[in-house]
Design a binder for this molecule. Structure first.
Ligand code: KG4
Ligand code: ZN
Length: 335
């Protein structure tokens, strides 16, 4: 069974063909980084406009790369939220038209569900139950997953998402967008103990908070001589490494605690921040000490992509959860 997945929830236009929910035949992602770079963050209006331009060529390329035609597709799966409303609208309208014109069933997938299930596209599939850490540019939450469609949110961020904190701190440091991968690279050459940035553990909850950390970086920068902060200085590398260490310490500790408290042995990492080298390494090491098993999606499946939407779409289609032409995008959509 072939599912065409479409994701336009944020700033990437993506289409993928996935066979039986697990085998990727194509996964095309057209990045808008170049468009938003000069603004240091996503400009929603520009994102929607670029989706309009890119959606048709990206879907065409996904079909071509998979060597299939639209008539071979069993269902169109589209991400209908959460995300930027204008961006989501393009994917939803396009998917509805494609479904209507070609008489192909339509299914609507939740973006967060997509991130959680991206690990199912890897060779080794996670076993239920598992704890999923979703850490992206828009969301940071811990979820207990008992089965497909059975979720319990244990905690979430009270302010910034982890990726958002990375992007905002990168902007403070005069770095480009998206800041996560740049800070990750700089941090590898820096001293993570150089600056003692605060960690908000919010004990007794599985919630997160990253805005205090962001302010701490800002206050630190106000006190130093800014001429020392060049792109290749050891100072910028130390700030990056110390900031990253504060984010990763909190994410790792709370994820391990959640697994222990829930009595769950499997942990799944997902969302753009799960591409982070320190997070992947530290979580893997800590989990090993505690006898937990960690599932890490490959790097291209961490950040936004439509293969994860097609994978969720397959399960929805199999369970006959079809959508109608009245489907609307939802900026806020719980799991
Ligand atoms: O999941 P995603 O592609 O989009 C959302 O659903 O938000 O996540 C994008 C976020 C951005 O904030 C980006 O800076 C961050 O993921 N990110 C990283 C890394 N790669 C991407 N953050 C830290 N380290 C990375 N290597
Ligand atoms: Zn995402």
């Amino acid at each position: 069974m072939l599912i065409l997945g479409i994701d336009t929830s944020c700033d990437d236009t993506s289409a993928a063909i996935v066979e039986n929910g697990v085998k990727i035949l194509s996964n095309i992602v057209s990045s808008q980084d170049e468009v938003h770079k000069k603004y240091g963050g996503i400009v929603p209006e520009l994102a929607s406009r670029r989706h309009i331009e890119m959606i048709l060529p990206v879907v065409d390329e996904a079909l071509k790369k998979a060597k299939v035609e639209i008539k071979d597709i069993s269902a169109v799966a589209v991400c209908h939220g959460p995300g930027l409303i204008g961006s989501l609208l393009i994917g939803v309208c396009f998917a509805k038209s494609l479904s209507y014109v070609n008489n192909i069933p339509l299914v609507a997938a939740n973006h967060l569900e997509g991130h959680i299930f991206s690990s199912f596209l890897e060779e080794e599939k996670p076993e239920f139950p598992f704890i999923a850490l979703i850490a992206s540019g828009g969301h940071t939450s811990l979820v207990r997953v008992d089965d497909f469609g059975r979720y319990k949110e244990l905690g979430r961020t009270r302010d910034d998402a982890a990726g958002e904190a990375y992007d905002k701190v990168a902007k403070l440091l005069g770095l480009s967008y998206p800041g996560g991968p740049i800070i990750d690279r700089l941090a590898q050459e820096g001293n993570s103990k150089a600056i003692d940035f605060p960690r908000a553990y919010l004990s007794g909850t599985f919630d997160f908070s990253f805005s205090g950390l962001k302010t701490a970086v800002l206050n630190f920068l106000r006190k130093i001589d800014s001429s020392l902060l060049t792109r290749h200085s050891s100072l910028i590398k130390d700030i990056a490494a110390s900031f990253q260490s504060a984010v990763v310490d909190v994410l790792v500790r709370k994820t391990i605690e959640a697994a222990k408290e829930e009595g769950v042995r499997n942990v799944v990492l997902s969302g753009g921040v799960s591409a982070n080298s320190a997070l992947r390494e530290n979580l893997t090491n800590r989990a090993l000490e505690d006898g937990l098993r960690v599932y890490l999606p490959s790097l291209q499946l961490c950040t936004d992509n439509a293969a994860m939407i097609a994978s969720v779409g397959y399960f929805l289609f199999k369970n006959n959860k079809l959508s109608s032409m009245s489907l609307n995008p939802e900026a806020y959509l719980p799991l």
